[in-house]
Each structure stands twice: as structure tokens, then as C-alpha cells.
Design a binder for this molecule. Structure first.
Ligand code: HEM
Ligand code: FES
Length: 353
């Protein structure tokens, strides 16, 4: 919010998220390095440096694949939403793992070059015209450079400084970076793989990212089409029985706007689904004390007025609701941002005192 650049404080969820992530990385490295060293064996003779490099490279690849699966999973099933919450820490940790991988490679393959090892990395192999022996490291270098830029600009300060649209565009570079890692592995180590464990992890990871993105896009298109067929006047949202206390149902309007309709202490309120900070999905946040917290960076809004609590001044539009029997109906004409709307009692869902 606008007083300072720290809209999200550390909280227990974040500590747990980071601890689980660290544990996962530790476990992955332990299994690949010690418990099952044969998993990463290749045709070429292995030594500890290369063994470490392979384990860290495989770990960075798996982490990047998981990061890219979280978005579509959360769109397909809200139970995955908690994973979105601290995804940027996941990204930063991935960069450290990837840097360790590159460090081992550079220190092993290029440390004894007659020229500087970084120059050797770039110029030792220039066979770009052929598939066999293609300098696949170049794809790894591009990916690593991009990931470092994304991690370095992940803090909210940079979002404010660069402006949200520019920041968002820069962060879409995660996709070219991932494709580059896929090319790095496909042109590189996959060519001389003897043991197929890593090949299965690799193809499985890349396929999961592709298929989940396709499924999420098709899912959104189906929802959009169903909703576009709705009436122009009061539009039905859902049956009151389908609502969960403290959470929202998201309604897409014919004009493309999304509205978050909440059930809060037995009453219904609706605000725009787009956060004033960077259009984060407010309908995916949970209400506590009448305030919904944006899952992206933690801005908060009162669901009855669309206003951030003082001293913050952000506002989003509100919407009028009514009920017809158990059906919740929404007036698609938005109220000006910050307009208070009296919450509507939800039949059969009255709050227990
Ligand atoms: C400066 C950047 C990089 C360089 C120079 C580099 C170089 C290499 C080399 C030489 C290998 C083959 C190692 C061997 O002999 O077995 C390799 C494998 C690999 N790299 Fe990279 N890499 C870089 C960045 C990355 C990044 C950013 C990722 C992922 C996020 C990555 C993921 C992998 C994976 C998954 C393997 C295969 C590991 C295995 O065999 O199980 N690399 N890399
Ligand atoms: S807090 Fe950043 S988009 Fe909502």
C-alpha cells in the first residue's frame, strides 16, 4: 500500500512455506547425491564436481517446473491457492540452486582453461552449426541470467519503481527462461543419457508445465463462455448453499470484469476481483475481520466498502447484490471505488452468535 513498500509482513504461513521448501530442496539433493547416486549416472565418467553439478541442475529444473505449475493449478482448483502465497521466495531459492549448478560446471570444466574461465565458457565451443556437440551451455547461460534479473527485481520496491505493467512484462521472461532450460537439457545431457531416471523427471516436468497451462486456459475459456450467455440485468452468481463462509465466488461479467462475491458472517458483499495494487485476484483471498487480503502481495480491503484500512487509501469498486430464494443475484453496474454497500443477509446461512 502506499505508506511504505512492505505490504506483506512475515507471518507463520511464510515461515512454514519457506521451511517446507528448504526441506524439499535438501531432501532432493540428499537423494540424488547420497541415497541414490546411480540415478544421475551418464556415459561419461563421473567425479564429485560433476555429480554435484548434475544434482543442483536437476533440482533447479524441478523447482522451476513446480513454480510454473502453481499458477495454472491455482486457477484449476482453489485448494492450491496457498502455494501462490510465497512463490517469489521459491523463485529466489531456485536462482541460488541454479547458480550453484553453474558454479560447479564452470569450476570443473573451465577452471584449467588457458584463458579466463568465463571467456572459455563462452568461446571454448562455437559449433553452433551442428547438433552433435552443440554448445548447449548458452541456453543455460541465458536462463541463469534471466532468472537472476527476475530474482533481483522481485521485491515490491522494483514493482513500484518500474511500474506494475513494466514489472509484469519483465517477469513474463520466466517462460523464455524455462524454454531455454528445456533446450539446455535437450541439447545437452539428454543426448548421452544412459540411466533414464532423469529423462523421465525431465519429460514429466516439462509436460506437466505445458499440459497444466493448456488445461487452465481451456478452463477459463469455458467459464468465460458460460458467463457471457448470462442476462444483462441482475445476473445470477450461485446458490447460497454453494458459498463458503469467509471466501468468495468469482463472477465474470459480460464486459470482462470479474467480481468477487463474499459470504462474511452470514451476509453477502461484492467487490471487484482486481486488486488496486497490481490486479491481483482478490476473490482468492480469505476474509478476516471483514477484510480480504490479496493473495499476491497482501493489500487488504473491507469487503463492504472496497476500501483499504487506514492509513492506506487504496479503493476498489463495490457491487450491489440481492437474493431471490437461495439464488444470489448481482447488479453488473459497478459502484464508484470505495462506495459502502449494506451487506445482504444470506438466506439459511445466518451467522451463529
Ligand atoms: C551459466 C549457466 C549454466 C551452465 C554453464 C550450465 C552447464 C551445464 C553443463 C555443462 C551440464 C552437463 C553436466 C554434465 O557433464 O553432466 C549441465 C546440465 C544440466 N543443467 Fe546446466 N548450466 C547452466 C545453467 C542451468 C540452469 C539455469 C538450469 C536450470 C534452471 C540448468 C539445468 C541443468 C540440468 C537439469 C542439467 C542436467 C543434469 C543431469 O544430468 O541430471 N542449468 N549444465
Ligand atoms: S497486493 Fe499486489 S496485486 Fe494485490
Amino acid at each position: 500500500m502506499s505508506v511504505k513498500y512492505i505490504p506483506v509482513q512475515w507471518n507463520n504461513n511464510k515461515y512454514i512455506y519457506d521451511a517446507v521448501m528448504l526441506l524439499g530442496v535438501g531432501l532432493f539433493l540428499y537423494v540424488f547425491l547420497y541415497a541414490a547416486p546411480g540415478l544421475l549416472s551418464h556415459e561419461r565418467p563421473i567425479n564429485p564436481q560433476v555429480h554435484n553439478a548434475r544434482a543442483f541442475g536437476a533440482c533447479a529444473f524441478v523447482m522451476l517446473s513446480v513454480i510454473l505449475c502453481i499458477g495454472p493449478l491455482a486457477r484449476l482448483d482453489p485448494r492450491f491457492l496457498p502455494l501462490l502465497y510465497n512463490r517469489r521466495h521459491f523463485g529466489v531459492m531456485t536462482v541460488f540452486v541454479a547458480i550453484t549448478h553453474a558454479g560447479y560446471i564452470i569450476d570443473w570444466y573451465f577452471a584449467f582453461s588457458s584463458s579466463n574461465k568465463y571467456e572459455a565458457l563462452l568461446f571454448a565451443n562455437t559449433s553452433y552449426g551442428q547438433l552433435a556437440g552443440f554448445p548447449f551451455e548458452i541456453f543455460g547461460i541465458f536462463a541463469l541470467f534471466t532468472l537472476i534479473v527476475l530474482a533481483a527485481t522481485s521485491h515490491d520496491f522494483w514493482m513500484k519503481f518500474l511500474s506494475p505493467p513494466v514489472w509484469k512484462r519483465i517477469h513474463y521472461l520466466i517462460y523464455p527462461a524455462y524454454l531455454s532450460v528445456v533446450a539446455h537439457v535437450s541439447f545437452g545431457i539428454l543426448q548421452d543419457q544412459q540411466n533414464h531416471t532423469f529423462t523421465v523427471i525431465f519429460i514429466g516436468g516439462a509436460a506437466a508445465v505445458g499440459v497444466l497451462h493448456l488445461m487452465a486456459a481451456l478452463h477459463e475459456r469455458r467459464v468465460d463462455q458460460a458467463i457471457k450467455a448470462d442476462a444483462v440485468d441482475w445476473v445470477p452468481v450461485c446458490d447460497v448453499a454453494q458459498m463458503r463462509e469467509g471466501f468468495a465466488r468469482i463472477k465474470l461479467l459480460a464486459n470482462g470484469e470479474r467480481v468477487a462475491v463474499y459470504l462474511n458472517e452470514g451476509k453477502l458483499s461484492a467487490i471487484s476481483n482486481a486488486c488496486a495494487h497490481q490486479n491481483g485476484p482478490l476473490g482468492e483471498g480469505r476474509i478476516i475481520n471483514c477484510l480480504v487480503t490479496c493473495p499476491w502481495h497482501g493489500f487488504q480491503y473491507d469487503v463492504t466498502s472496497g476500501r483499504s484500512p487506514a492509513p492506506f487509501t487504496e479503493m476498489v469498486p463495490t457491487y450491489n447484490l440481492k437474493t431471490d430464494g437461495a439464488m444470489v443475484l448481482l447488479d453488473p453496474r459497478a459502484n464508484p471505488p470505495g462506495t459502502f454497500v449494506e451487506p445482504v443477509p444470506a438466506p439459511g446461512r445466518e451467522a451463529k452468535l
